[in-house]
Design a protein. Structure first.
Length: 189
């Protein structure tokens, strides 16, 4: 199976070609089509397998038709939320997502703890369709009303098992309570 057979947007295909990805990895072959079809997903995949693109690509494909070139923050609600256990993973996912979303109007941002929250506020307040976050810092931004999650259609729990091991369950529950009940959930462990 090729990326073209997955009927991805030409901008996404061009980005993959520029990266030299000739064909989908096994997790991408298994995950992309079901996510595009609107299914929830429970997947076991380690870092290094191409896991990030397996959820970022179908999510970008789904939210591209809704993307706006307006500068108004209201036109850029968070439509997809990726939760990660650590700053390192969040940054890595965000870097990849930015590369896969190149030349599209979709905005991505990453928030994580351990740094001054003020450095992250302008990006989230400006509006962002794809937000990557560690749970605690996301709650800080929610408390400060920098971000609103009531239009999230896609939730990804990356390294979900590790998030639970690290004691993030109460934070996750608070975040889940703020999301629309009608959404797609993708869980990676
Ligand atoms: P990940 O498991 O998402 O951390 O990805 C591991 C590495 O594989 C990253 O450096 C990606 O850029 C790369 N990668 C992801 N998908 C592909 C692909 N289909 N072909 C070649 N490299 C890929």
């Amino acid at each position: 199976m090729s990326f073209a057979e997955l009927a991805l947007d030409p901008r996404l295909l061009a980005n993959l070609q520029a990266l030299g990805y000739s064909q989908p990895t096994p997790i991408q072959q298994q995950a992309i089509a079901p996510v595009l079809a609107g299914r929830d997903l429970l997947a076991g995949a380690q870092t290094g397998t191409g896991k990030t693109a397996s959820f970022v690509l179908p999510i970008l494909q789904k939210i591209l038709p809704l993307a706006s070139t307006s500068t108004s923050p209201a036109r850029h609600p968070v439509r997809a939320l990726v939760l990660c256990p650590t700053r390192e993973l969040a940054v890595q996912v965000a870097d990849n997502a930015q590369t896969y979303a190149k030349h599209t109007p979709i905005r991505t941002a990453v928030v994580f703890g351990g740094v001054d929250i003020k450095t992250q506020t302008p990006a989230v307040r400006a509006g962002v369709e794809l937000l990557i976050a560690t749970p605690g810092r996301l709650l800080d931004h929610l408390e400060q009303r920098n971000v609103n999650l009531n239009q999230v259609q896609y939730l990804v729990l990356d390294e979900a098992d590790r998030m639970l091991d690290m004691g993030f369950l109460p934070d996750l529950q608070r975040i889940l309570n703020l999301l629309p009940k009608q959404r797609q959930t993708l869980l990676f462990s």
